[in-house]
Design a protein. Structure first.
Lengths: 76, 776
């Protein structure tokens, strides 16, 4: 499952990043590493982009990018 | 890299320590820069790119410092010429710039892990690094208390805890910089095989990159740093740039190295970030104590409301309305004040100089020009006040978050929304506000379509044309003029996204930039920061766009002034300027007689008759002045230009006089009303509501040479075509000057001017031809 498919409020662990290496590099620079715990905080009113929490900070990214991030949801 | 030689610095300059300030966005970098350098700053541009070059100076206990503020960034992996500037400066490859002696790496303590990512890259450069651990108060509020001494020991660089917005820790920081710092004691180690490949590349770079005298351009550390970037950044700018210098051999070496690494199970895309974060986590262990986290997180709470499906949008729209209203109406009294001051000064000069070209130049060229620069200041300052508040408190990122979906449709991102909205008041602050957009192509596209938004200076034209020519007796009744006005605003709203969409698929084509935006924690905006931004932007506009605007105003003045000699209706030679001065003096004479009559009080029949006679006299003088001024301007160089272009504009339904008024309004569209007044003999003092101007325009007829001789010039179709032309045309020297400043190139203002003029012509043509064929 991908980050784009999480429910709001759900937490997950990042398994793998897919796609173009330049984009993978950008995502990783911002802390989206394998093993990192992420939480989907919300979806923008118009349906895109998403707001996620990574450790102590919040990031916004579009669904198209979130769909490259494979995750395993954590049990609540 | 436009590198020539590594700057070693002159002996005189070497007594001054150069400090490069580097950090992520939202770390308080600008606050720190201002706190260190006060207002002793110099702002310029790096050659060839849109990056602003900001340098400040300060002294501390006899030591002098020069501090360079580099653009906020999350990583040193450059993806555009703009991002390359920071790397070039840090490597000492930026022409005319001394290599920094010390790097001041500012980090947000509440988010240390990710902030240190950039710091570890800086530590590879071989220059001393000082870590400014900012926002320690915020970190503590979030539950982490760092032990600075331990952190310093683990990272191998000096660490100074700081609360820049409160001025806490600044002296410790100055002391650390003054003490002289050694190069970092530690460095992130990459896997052996990765380091081996990087070493090969570094050797190759060091051997082959030479200045024209055959000296090596790179020292060992710089070569190592560039080699790492070459390996790690696929499609990165370093590779593109070095390939230009070193040719295909470099490309194949890099490709082979990456292939070897990928087959060895060390993929380049993932290695750097994984290695650096692992190093950081290792080093950060036991450098902090967890403190009990007080209460709940305010940012979570506020975000739930401010990005709510309904309330978030309602609050956003209300806020935007407030901002827009403030620029639109709040600036009004200030702008009127500036114009009144301008008129006062102009009168002062007019009364103390004798008529002639010099007086004309000073009054109608220079004072008018300075006034037209200053008149934009209130809007710029007010908008930047709001933007600074929104940005500083963290809401700006939320606004981009809310609007991203809409803006993505035309290939832009949410960050373009507020700049474009501001353009409805005035394109100048709007274009200056595009600095929030990091992606170069997005920013350029936003700048290029910004002048299409119907700014407040277009309103007088719309009002004049609507009031004089749009009938109110149709089945739509009194609604039609309002509807026409609304359509004019709609034109920009439809055309701008369309052009942006086209630009992003043609001229500014490229990969869709990844939208990865930090949503910073909410905090109270700092008043000092807000005031500074208002001052800074206002100054940048006046100093760096003002000169171009002034020059244009002087040129147009000359085109309308010369030739000053000609013949009047009776064929007598006349100096128009002197004649106008005589007529004005005569008017003043009559006026003062009228005043003294009025003061005399008693209204006897004789006095009343005298008053009436004087008033008629005054009216005749006014009409004559308007008439003479009309002849003068119609015969000016610009008037002749208008006649020359008439064949081009006839298909738009314009005669040469409209053409002339349009030409005169290219530097500033709002002058068209006054110019139409002059050309149609209604005098220059008219405004868009003046009945005299309305009736003159309605009475205007095509000249005897025209196939339409005797027919009215202005029809509904002509009025509509003129309005559409103004809606789409970039008749604003100030906007072009600001585009030139913001893009650091003449190409883009030229492009904007050309495409908008073309668009305006075609738009006006379609509207006129359609309207006439429909029987308008």
């Amino acid at each position: 499952m991908t980050l784009a498919e999480l429910r709001v409020g759900q937490k997950a662990v990042v398994d793998k990043l897919e796609g173009d290496s330049a984009i993978i590099q950008r995502l990783m620079e911002m802390g989206l590493l394998e093993g990192q715990i992420v939480e989907l905080l919300g979806v923008a009113p118009l349906g895109d982009p998403l707001e996620i929490r990574l450790g102590s900070y919040r990031l916004s990214l579009r669904k198209s990018e979130a769909a490259r991030i494979l995750v395993t949801p954590l049990r609540d | 890299m436009q590198n020539s030689t590594v700057k070693t610095g002159s002996p005189a300059a070497s007594t001054e320590t150069t400090v490069a300030l580097v950090g992520n966005p939202n770390t308080g970098k600008t606050t720190l820069f201002n706190a260190l350098s006060g207002l002793r700053q110099h702002v310029g541009n790096y050659p060839g790119v849109t990056v602003e070059r900001k340098v400040g100076r300060f002294k501390w206990r006899g030591a002098s410092f020069q501090i360079i503020d580099l653009p906020g960034t999350y990583s040193l992996a450059p993806r555009s010429p703009d991002e390359m500037v920071a790397v070039d400066v840090l490597l000492g490859l930026q022409p005319g710039e001394r290599r920094p002696d010390v790097i001041l790496s500012i980090v947000d303590a509440s988010n240390l892990e990710r902030n240190l990512y950039l710091t570890t890259q800086l530590m590879d450069l071989g220059i001393p690094v000082v870590l400014a651990l900012n926002m320690t108060d915020l970190a503590e509020a979030q539950g982490r208390l760092y032990d600075a001494a331990k952190l310093q020991e683990r990272l191998g660089i000096p660490v100074v805890p700081l609360q820049a917005h409160r001025g806490i820790g600044l002296d410790d920081l100055r002391k650390a910089l003054a003490h002289g710092v050694a190069s970092p004691k530690a460095q992130v180690r990459f896997p052996d095989i990765y380091e081996q490949e990087a070493r090969y590349l570094a050797d190759f770079l060091q051997e082959n990159l030479k200045d024209p005298h055959g000296h090596n351009l790179l020292d060992q550390h710089s070569a190592w740093f560039l080699a790492l970037r070459l390996l790690s950044d696929q499609n990165g700018y370093v590779e593109r740039d070095l390939t230009k210098r070193l040719g295909a051999e470099l490309t194949s070496r890099v490709r082979e190295a990456r292939e070897r690494l990928n087959t060895a199970g060390c993929p380049v895309a993932a290695t750097e970030a994984a290695v650096r974060y692992a190093w950081i986590r290792e080093r950060l262990r036991d450098t902090f104590t967890e403190v009990p986290r007080p209460s709940r997180d305010w940012t979570d709470f506020l975000d739930r409301i401010l990005t709510h499906r309904v309330w978030g949008m309602v609050i956003f729209l209300a806020l935007m309305f407030l901002v827009f209203q403030a620029i639109f109406t709040g600036a009004q009294p200030l702008m009127e004040g500036i114009l009144a001051a301008q008129a006062y000064v102009a009168d002062l000069v007019r009364n103390s100089l004798s008529p002639g070209p010099l007086r004309g130049l000073i009054v109608d060229g220079i004072i008018e020009g300075v006034g037209s620069v200053l008149v934009f200041l209130p809007q710029i300052v007010i908008l930047f006040g709001f933007i600074a508040i929104l940005e500083d408190c963290g809401y700006m990122a939320r606004a981009a978050y809310l609007m991203d979906k809409i803006m993505a449709r035309c290939g832009l991102s949410g960050k373009s929304f507020i700049p474009l909205l501001s353009c409805f008041a005035c394109a100048i602050p709007g274009i200056m506000a595009t600095r929030v957009i990091e992606d170069r192509r997005d920013r350029l596209a936003t700048i290029l379509v910004a002048p299409l938004m119907s700014c407040s200076a277009r309103l007088p034209v719309y009002v004049l044309m609507t009031a004089a020519f749009i009938p109110t007796n149709t089945w739509l009744g009194p609604w039609l003029p309002g509807l026409v006005l609304f359509c004019m605003y709609l034109i920009g709203l439809i055309v701008a996204p369309l052009i942006a969409w086209i630009l992003k698929r043609t001229l500014l084509r490229g990969e869709t930039p990844i939208f990865l935006m930090e949503l910073p924690a909410y905090k109270w905006p700092s008043p000092g920061m807000v005031l500074y931004r208002m001052y800074d932007r206002g100054k940048a506009f006046v100093v760096r766009a003002g000169t171009i605007i002034l020059a244009t105003m002087i040129v147009v003045w000359a085109l309308l002034y010369f030739p000053v000699e000609g013949t009047d209706d009776t064929g007598n030679p006349v100096n128009f300027d002197l004649r106008m001065a005589d007529l004005e003096a005569a008017q003043e004479q009559v006026q003062s007689e009228l005043v003294s009559l009025h003061e005399a009080g008693d209204q006897t029949p004789e006095l009343e008759a005298k008053t009436t006679r004087l008033e008629q006299n005054l009216e005749a003088l006014r009409e004559e002045a308007a008439h003479i001024q009309g002849i003068w301007k119609r015969n000016s160089i610009l008037g002749r230009m208008g006649r020359a272009v008439e064949p081009v504009v006839v298909p738009l339904g314009w005669d040469w006089r409209i053409a002339m008024a349009v030409l005169a309004s290219f530097p500033a569209r709002e002058v068209v009303v006054g110019t139409l007044g002059v050309i149609y003999d209604a005098g220059s003092e008219v405004d868009e509501y003046s009945p005299s101007l309305h009736s003159q325009l309605q009475a205007a007829r095509w000249g005897p040479d025209s196939p339409r001789a005797g027919q009215p010039v202005f029809t509904v179709a002509t009025a509509l075509s003129l309005m559409v032309f103004f809606a789409l045309c970039c008749q604003c020297a100030s906007t072009l000057a600001v585009i030139r400043r913001e893009t650091n190139s003449w190409l883009w203002p030229l492009f904007t001017f050309t495409y908008m003029t073309g668009l305006a012509y075609v738009g006006a043509l379609i509207v006129y031809q359609t309207a006439t064929s429909l029987g308008g």
